[in-house]
Write a protein that binds this ligand. Structure first.
Ligand code: PLP
Length: 356
């Protein structure tokens, strides 16, 4: 059975829009796409529609991710990849996704938008671990996508490779296991992309938005079997990736960029441990969750008060109190060493927890 048997029948039978660029590529005289023959001053090439899947960037990212280029779909951030998966695999009013809260909000948003049900297998215990058996127990015949966020946003916890293999094995022929690795560079653990040759129902999401420092370029990658990549490519916008964004990525994603990424990840990891230790010592702090990512989920005695104090001092952190079992928590991204020192100075000067 092909993995595409899990896709919506109407998407499998879908006749994609054939863009001019897709049909013909490039020639000396291009009179096939109703473009202007003149580029704006200093913007050579910008008058032309871009490649639907820019080959050079695709090849480079495939190299960094250790997968074949045909197994890479470039998208406008992993956000678009999540949306495409929902559209391709979930029939409105019939199919479902499974998520393990507290987790990244876009899985449920994309599911609701598609009219797919959202089933839950909450993370368990004080360390918010993913329980593979609970996930499998919560899967039904309607489940098409199982989202695994590793490291998880907003708790920062890792998911062992054995857990992902257990899910992919048990759900073979039934559902896709989607491993979102937005923060994997900070974890220092191997990517689930290594497992792709063994599991055709495995999908891995990577992004240039975090460790690569390119959130403004909106580029993410979905890694999967070429069949899935082609299916999703057929339902996405004809020219999804703007030329300036691709150019920015090409300027950053190379050996020098990778070396810079490793240095900065090193700084973030040192700062993460330093900040976690310093926060744990504050009377206002109840607990700091162990994190493998570039943020810390921190439980405060008075999270609302801390939020206000920090805002007054010009520091924004993320309020995650609406997430299950995190009603006293804020998520703090790791900044530069100077920014982290400033955060600690404010928290030490104003500790709402002490006075209560
Ligand atoms: C930040 C983040 C992303 C990245 O989304 P992009 O659309 O690629 O910027 C994906 N997944 C999770 C869990 C995130 O926290």
């Amino acid at each position: 059975m092909s993995i595409l048997a899990l896709a919506r029948p109407e998407v499998r039978a879908f006749e994609p829009y054939r863009s001019a660029r897709l049909e013909a590529g490039r020639a000396e005289v291009m009179l096939n796409a109703n473009e202007s023959p003149w580029a704006p001053p200093g913007r050579a090439g910008l008058n032309r529609y871009p490649e639907p899947q820019p080959e050079e960037l695709r090849a480079r990212l495939a190299g960094f991710f250790g997968v074949p280029a045909a197994g890479v779909l470039l998208a406008r951030g992993s956000d678009e990849a999540i949306d495409l998966l929902l559209r391709a695999f979930c029939r409105p009013g019939r199919d479902a996704v499974l998520i393990s809260p507290p987790t990244f909000g876009m899985y449920a948003v994309a599911a609701r938008l598609q009219g797919a049900a959202v089933h839950l297998a909450p993370l368990a215990g004080a360390d918010f671990a993913l329980d593979a058996e609970a996930v499998l127990g919560a899967c039904t015949a309607a489940t098409r996508l199982v989202f695994v966020c590793a490291p998880n946003n907003p708790t920062g916890g890792l998911v062992p490779t054995a857990t992902i293999e257990r899910l992919a094995t048990a759900l073979r022929g039934r559902a896709l296991v989607v491993v979102d690795e937005a923060y994997v560079e900070y974890a220092g653990t191997p990517s689930a992309a290594e497992l792709l040759p063994a599991y055709e129902n495995l999908v891995v999401l990577r992004t240039l938005s975090k460790a690569w420092g390119l959130a403004g370029a909106r580029i993410g990658a979905l890694l999967a079997t070429p069949e899935i990549v082609q299916l999703l490519c057929g339902i996405m916008a004809p020219y999804p990736l703007p030329l300036p964004a691709v150019a920015a990525a090409l300027a950053v994603v190379d050996e020098a960029g990778a070396a810079r990424l490793r240095r900065r990840v090193g700084v973030v990891r040192r700062e993460r441990e330093r900040l976690a230790a310093a926060l744990t010592d504050l009377p206002a702090v109840r607990a700091v969750l162990p994190s493998a990512a570039n943020f810390l989920a921190v439980r405060f005695r008075d999270a609302g008060g801390v939020l206000t104090e920090l805002a007054r001092a010009g520091i924004l952190v993320r309020d995650i109190r609406s997430q299950p079992r995190l009603e006293d928590a804020l998520r703090i991204s790791i900044g530069t060493p100077a920014e982290n020192r400033r955060l600690l100075r404010v928290l030490r000067a104003n500790t709402p927890g002490e006075s209560r």
